[in-house]
Design a protein around this ligand. Structure first.
Ligand code: TXA
Ligand code: MG
Length: 328
């Protein structure tokens, strides 16, 4: 049982990176910042550590994990890259893009982490703290977002503490993250497919590909009985308070999650107001999204009403997370 562990919290730096690398090597669980959200890392080759990771998050074991490596060379030891995958990796790594690729024959990532699929999700993070931990550890680190399964992803060390204190060995505090939504996931199948919108806008990827990304089929069983995007099936990212999208007015007792100038009817009786970006900037909104959802969830409001958010740039990822937050 992982609950009841003493969770050590260290400010990011040399000592923290060294302790993180040692803890990972000992089969421990380490939360650390990436540029997208905080991740909860375990040694990808250590099935026992991965089992503890699933348990600490309360995550169903059929939902596979992303393998984090320090560069393309290391990634090519895990999976087979075709020309498309190489083009995407060279354009966006290090950075908030995850590629789902056919596993290489000697892929060291434990089957438990890939949920028995014959593909593996790989990402090269850009955050200096994540990179230093990977460099010192020297191996592959699987890392889901460092939240309890089904909760909103953590964008600060305090969010990680709320969800995982007593369940993990170490938390490296590197301050608030920059991007605020998880990585974009592209499946490098016959036609490259957008499995999850995220920190790299779709248009940037399509510019490199020279063609539109395919979308996953509506039927979750498509793909020879293997779900193409296993983690995207359930309601996810859910606050406890009911979320209502595209609000153009406020009901009494509702809290408002605003975007741009907020002057809706009913605002005078709002239980709370937070503005993702007063100047209507989608990058700023993404960085604030999960923290504001967590904060509004604490207000005891009747509901959280969310103003419409444009779907371009990071707006696609923001709207995807908000739609999931609104599912009951
Ligand atoms: O930004 C991110 O990607 C963060 C940071 C920590 O790197 N990580 C993250 O991990 O968001 P997680 O576990 O919360 O989300 C990973 C998603 C899940 O939806 C999972 O189903 C999907 O990646 N995934 C992992 N392996 C896959 C595979 N082989 N095929 C399809 N989807 C896969
Ligand atoms: Mg997650």
């Amino acid at each position: 049982m992982t609950v009841g562990l003493k969770t050590q919290i260290l400010p990011a730096g040399e000592a923290a990176a060294a302790t993180a690398a040692r803890t990972l090597g000992d089969g421990g669980l380490v939360a650390f910042p990436t540029e997208t959200v905080y991740g909860l890392g375990a040694d990808a080759a250590n099935a026992e550590a991965i089992a503890r990771l699933y348990q600490a998050k309360g995550r169903p074991a059929f939902n596979p994990l992303i393998a984090h490596v320090s560069d393309l060379d290391a990634a090519q030891r895990l999976a087979r890259f075709d020309a498309t995958a190489l083009a995407l990796a060279s354009a966006f790594w290090p950075g908030p893009l995850t590629l789902v690729l056919p596993k290489a024959l000697c892929c060291p990532v434990a089957d438990l982490a890939t949920a028995g699929l014959d593909t593996v999700a790989i990402r090269v993070p850009a955050h200096p703290v994540a990179r230093e931990i990977l460099r010192r550890f020297g191996g592959v680190v699987v890392a889901p977002s460092a939240n309890l399964s089904g909760h909103v992803s953590p964008t600060t060390a305090a969010h990680v503490q709320t969800d995982l204190t007593g369940r993990i060995d170490l938390l490296v505090d590197g301050g608030p993250v920059e991007v605020g939504v998880e990585s974009t996931i592209v499946g490098c199948f016959d036609s490259p497919m957008l499995l999850r919108p995220g920190g790299v806008p779709r248009a940037d990827i399509e510019r490199v590909l020279g063609r539109p990304l395919a979308l996953p089929p509506d039927d979750p069983e498509a793909g020879d009985g293997q779900p193409l995007a296993p983690g995207m099936l359930a309601s996810h990212y859910a606050p406890r308070t009911q979320v209502r999208l595209n609000a153009t007015s406020l009901a009494p007792g509702e809290a408002l999650l605003a975007f741009g100038p907020a002057d809706l009817p009913g605002l005078d009786t709002a239980a709370a107001l937070m503005n993702l970006s007063e100047r209507g900037n989608l990058n700023e909104a993404a960085a604030n999204l999960f923290g504001y959802l967590r904060a509004l969830d604490e207000k005891g409001a009747r509901g959280i009403a969310v103003m419409p958010i444009p779907n371009d740039g990071l707006g696609e990822a923001i709207n995807d997370r908000l739609r999931r937050a609104a599912v009951r």
